[in-house]
Design a protein around this ligand. Structure first.
Ligand code: SAM
Length: 196
């Protein structure tokens, strides 16, 4: 049986996406560790969806840090804003397509989070190129995390809709990024940390 899958998540709804993020919360703590997110950091979370992980990042950077989200779905942003303000967090919210949004006016960022978004984009290459061309400072760490197509497929998108680590590593190297680290993770995920 082929499970339904829509890049814009219309097959799920934001409440269900939020439930799945809550289930995978330990992943967010691993990501925070991997990119060494610390109090005072400025973080750009691209494609946050309902915002469960965004709140984790806001806790990690504290009052002296800043979280910016860039999300192309207006509905997701409406959901996130309600959720985040209920919990009393201050987050800068931008609606836009990360494949084309000019990020230069928003920089600098210590960290850019790209978790489970690339398999939803029209062109992962365009999005990664846009980031590369728009971040002036060389030491911004970019964390990519995706579902692994070589795992069992017990949850998450169908295996044939996932992007492999080899595939993404090739793209980021061709663009000019330096790969800092890469490994397999919990919940059928892998991560790649890159810098300009
Ligand atoms: C599965 S959700 C991932 C949410 C969260 N980052 C996570 O790790 O669970 C993917 C999100 O990326 C957003 N998205 C997809 N393409 C985008 C783009 N080009 N620019 C900005 N957001 C995008 C979708 O609207 C959706 O909210």
């Amino acid at each position: 049986m082929t499970l339904p899958f829509d890049k814009n998540l219309s097959h799920l709804g934001w409440e269900e996406v939020k439930k799945r993020q809550l289930h995978r919360l330990p992943l967010a703590d691993e990501w925070i560790d991997i990119v060494q997110m610390k109090p005072g950091h400025s973080v750009l979370d691209i494609g946050p969806g309902p915002g469960v992980f965004t709140i984790r990042y806001a806790e990690a950077v504290g009052d002296t840090g800043r979280i910016t989200v860039l999300e192309k779905s207006r509905e997701a942003i409406e959901y996130l804003v309600k959720y985040v303000s209920l919990l009393n967090f201050q987050i800068r919210v931008l609606i836009g397509d990360a494949e084309k949004t000019d990020l230069t006016g928003l920089s600098p960022f210590h960290i850019i989070m790209l978790t489970d978004i690339l398999h939803h984009t029209d062109s992962p290459t365009k999005l990664l190129k846009n980031i590369y061309e728009n971040i002036p400072q060389k030491n911004t760490r970019v964390l990519i995390s995706e579902f692994d197509p070589t795992s069992k497929g017990k949850f998450g998108p169908p295996l044939d809709k996932r992007l492999g680590d080899e595939y993404l590593l090739e793209i980021v190297k061709n663009i000019g990024f330096t790969v800092i680290s890469s490994n397999k993770q919990l919940f059928e995920h892998y991560y790649i940390v890159i810098e300009k």
